[in-house]
Write a protein that binds this ligand. Structure first.
Ligand code: DGP
Length: 115
């Protein structure tokens, strides 16, 4: 089941997105407000608010998503240069859309620590 968030609407094709990968478990699409030359969001189709709500029953899906992120990064030409995978949780984490998502960021050197 997909959520009542904007990402649920993208899963259900109620609003458009530049989709780069999809299977039964996850969907990957370009972030509408990119913070790097490559900024792709990878989300589970299952409604999960954030990583804080991932249960052991979701372990296979989350592992699958992480493996797909690595594949997508390779397809985007980021394998040699490196990249970052981030998931924001709650207010202090900077989460604005409450459907679990992983940011795949690359194409430039990213600073650390984050702001
Ligand atoms: P976060 O702050 O971690 O919850 O990240 C939410 C991201 O979602 C943010 O980088 C902007 C992106 N975003 C918000 N609305 C849309 C949308 O309608 N389409 C797309 N493609 N991305 C969106």
């Amino acid at each position: 089941m997909s959520s009542g968030t904007i990402f649920g609407k993208i899963i259900r094709r109620e609003i458009p997105a530049k989709i780069v990968y999809e299977d039964d478990i996850c969907l990957a699409f370009h972030d509408v407000k990119p913070q790097a030359p490559v900024h792709i969001l990878v989300i589970p189709k299952k409604e999960i608010r954030s990583l804080a709500e991932v249960g052991s029953e979701d372990a296979l899906a989350v592992g699958h998503i992480l493996a797909k992120i690595a594949e997508i990064a390779k397809a985007q030409g980021l394998e040699r240069s490196g990249y970052r995978v981030v998931t924001n949780i709650g207010d202090d984490g900077g989460q604005t859309v409450f459907h679990l998502h992983f940011h795949l960021l690359g194409g430039r050197a990213l600073s650390w620590p984050p702001g």
